[in-house]
Design a protein around this ligand. Structure first.
Ligand code: HEC
Ligand code: HEC
Length: 194
């Protein structure tokens, strides 16, 4: 494998090999060695659902999900790399973090489990599962970086992220205050969905 690389694409590596090579040479820079990024603004992608990862990569490639950072990355990605990359990262385990602001966790838990009836925020668990493990098209959000979660909620609220089916996340986030977003992000950072 290493020899083949040094000779310069003598043999096209098998797809699974190829995804691992991409992961360990490109994605690693921001998402970490095992898909558990340590940078608060970079999402952990280990253990996300396979179909969710496929959708996000395709959305970045088509511009449906805009990102100044991921945009240039996927510009060089081949369509056939998407499925093996998604299989690779979904097979890894997301590592749970810790809330930075412990005081916000209780309010965040209430928001996660009950939403806010007054302002019409639905309970997050209805879609993301009681412990945040996600299912099918609903992404795992338990253990995710809090800064990343906060930014995505702001992006949904402002309409800067608009690739959510049925506007579910846009209509949820735009009803939330920034304090509610922060609280739920802190709660999720330390939530262990197993
Ligand atoms: C230069 C840093 C960087 C590199 C390299 C990079 N990413 Fe990302 N990635 C990001 C950032 C930042 C985001 C969040 C984008 C946003 O703001 O919406 C992201 C988002 C994602 C998401 C969506 C995560 C979610 O929870 O919705 C996936 C999937 C992803 N990247 C996969 C990859 C793969 C696979 C590679 C390698 C081919 C890669 N990334 C390389 C920085 C990077
Ligand atoms: C009606 C279903 C539904 C509800 C309720 C809901 N979500 Fe979501 N959420 C989704 C779906 C579907 C996506 C994936 C969107 C996509 O395909 O890009 C998502 C995406 C997200 C993301 C981005 C994840 C990532 O890795 O980029 C965050 C963060 C999030 N939701 C948080 C919340 C929070 C917090 C609540 C409660 C206040 C909530 N959601 C309520 C369906 C829902």
């Amino acid at each position: 494998m290493a020899a083949a690389l040094m000779l310069g694409a003598v043999a096209v590596p098998a797809q699974a090999e190829d995804a691992k090579t991409l992961a360990s040479t490109v994605c690693i820079a921001c998402h970490g060695e095992d898909g558990n990024s340590v940078v608060p603004m970079f999402p952990k992608i280990a253990g996300l659902q396979e179909e969710y990862i496929v959708k996000q990569l395709k959305d970045f490639m088509s511009g449906k999900r805009k990102s100044d950072v991921m945009g240039p990355v996927v510009a060089n990605l081949k369509a056939e790399d998407v499925a093996p990359l998604a299989a690779h990262y979904s097979s890894l385990k997301m590592k749970v973090g810790e809330a930075a602001d412990k005081k916000a966790v209780e309010a965040g838990k209430l928001m996660y489990q009950d939403g806010n009836e007054t302002s019409g925020v639905p309970a997050c668990l209805g879609c993301h599962q009681p412990m945040g493990a996600g299912k099918d098209i609903y992404p795992r959000i338990a253990g995710q970086q809090s800064e990343y979660v906060l930014q995505q909620l702001k992006n949904f609220a402002a309409g800067d992220r608009s690739n959510d089916p049925n506007r579910w996340m846009r209509s949820t986030a735009k009803r939330m205050t920034e304090a509610e977003m922060r609280a739920v992000a802190e709660y999720l950072a330390g939530l262990d969905a197993k």
